[in-house]
Design a protein around this ligand. Structure first.
Ligand SMILES: [Zn+2]
Length: 197
């Protein structure tokens, strides 16, 4: 009897050891406070929400045809040389690092106050067209990557905010006889990106 008890005890421990080898503790899900994914809307774009908008039908893209510049400089030129009382003819200027930050979007008085532009040379496009000027001469150079990223973000924002279809995102030369915004402006690249989103 005693021997049998010993056998049982022995078997009990053998079984216990075998099973304990198979046992793996459950994995616990770690709960850590992670930041929610950031919205990929650049800061300057979110600033535009503060302005109310009226009816706009087009977005018209220009280049400044100069190597450098900024909204204040073009504003001065338009006031003093062109004698436009509302100054800067564009609604937005996108800098190239010479005069304004590379890819920096400057908001013009005409956007803040929802005034007609003075950029297209044709009444329909000045009245209903949002004028965006990229600093640079794109007949002799190319817009910077930062400028194109900002332009894309701005155009997308304006399209959604003002219900402007992709076919109404135009280059100045679609509106009138001009080479603006230069032969190197990557318009179709921009359009392809717009239609992908
Ligand atoms: Zn132009």
């Amino acid at each position: 009897m005693n021997f049998q008890k010993k056998i049982y005890r022995y078997l009990f421990f053998v079984v216990l050891i075998c099973f304990s080898g198979c046992y793996t503790p459950p994995e616990f899900k770690q709960i850590t406070a992670t930041k929610p994914p950031e919205k990929k809307v650049p800061y300057f774009i979110s600033q535009l929400d503060r302005y109310s908008v009226r009816e706009w039908k087009y977005i018209v893209i220009h280049h400044s045809a100069s190597e450098s510049g900024c909204a204040a400089e073009f504003d001065k030129f338009h006031r003093e040389k062109r004698h436009w009382e509302n100054g800067l003819g564009y609604h937005f200027v996108i800098g190239n690092g010479n005069g304004a930050g590379n890819g920096q979007i400057e908001i013009g008085n005409r956007w803040m106050n929802q005034l007609n532009g003075a950029h297209a040379g044709i009444q329909e496009y000045n009245h209903y067209g949002i004028g965006i000027c990229l600093v640079g001469n794109f007949n002799t150079s190319y817009p910077t990557e930062a400028q194109m990223n900002s332009l894309f973000a701005l155009v997308k924002y304006l399209q959604e905010r003002c219900y402007i279809p992709a076919e109404n995102v135009l280059m100045h030369r679609h509106c009138k006889e001009t080479d603006c915004p230069g032969k190197n402006f990557p318009y179709y690249q921009l359009l392809a990106k717009i239609s992908r989103y």
